[in-house]
Design a protein around this ligand. Sequence first.
Ligand SMILES: [Zn+2]
Length: 247
Amino acid sequence: MNFNARIGKLADLLRASDRTFALTGAGISTESGIPDFRTRGSGLWEKADPAEVCSIAAFHRNPSAFWRNNMQWWQGFCAAEPNVGHHALAGLQKAGLLFGVITQNIDGLHRRAGSTVWEVHGHLRTVHCLQCDRREPFAIIEKWITGGEGEEAPRCNCGSLLRPDVVLFGDQMSPDFWVATQVLSGCQLLLVVGSSLQVYPVAGLPQLARDLVIINRDPTPYDNQAQLVIRESIGTVFKELLDEMGL
Ligand SMILES: [Zn+2]
């Protein structure tokens, strides 16, 4: 099947389903300039292991080093803008063709594009206190970094440490993950966009959908169960799709 035929089939599947969700991963945000840490040679992670740097163990071991290391990539997230893929998913929802987006991304770009979103790995809008649960805007960390960091990691007014509202390696899954498993019940069509479905438990979510479409550069473990697999740039796919559907 050529590219145009695949886009046509995707449009047909969307029109035929009355309960469609999208599940997105890092691939949808690379076109916003956010590197996917699983891409070899992306620089950032050539020497460091994300499972170590971005873990709750690393946070407890040395909170200020944890923030310094992770802010090397998280700062870029805060400056990024939604791209065609984010806007297209928000547009499909507005047109009544999509219920919302479940995302593995912490960059907040789906929310900024206007989608209903379940952020199963958390987000970078706020941080919270380990002791009293008080929430502070994430800007408190950005200020600490740009202000020359200091020796001590940022703390709450109560004196305890502030941690990110991101699901770190070694953390429990977020409440959004459990909500996502519920909203997916009865899902007729799941669009997997920019995720290679390698990280559990999120990689188990496609099992909750009746039909699958996979739009991803690399193969996934679900490709042979999917109704449709498209291995093209996400921006190109969604530009063509919106044209095809007259949106
Ligand atoms: Zn506190």
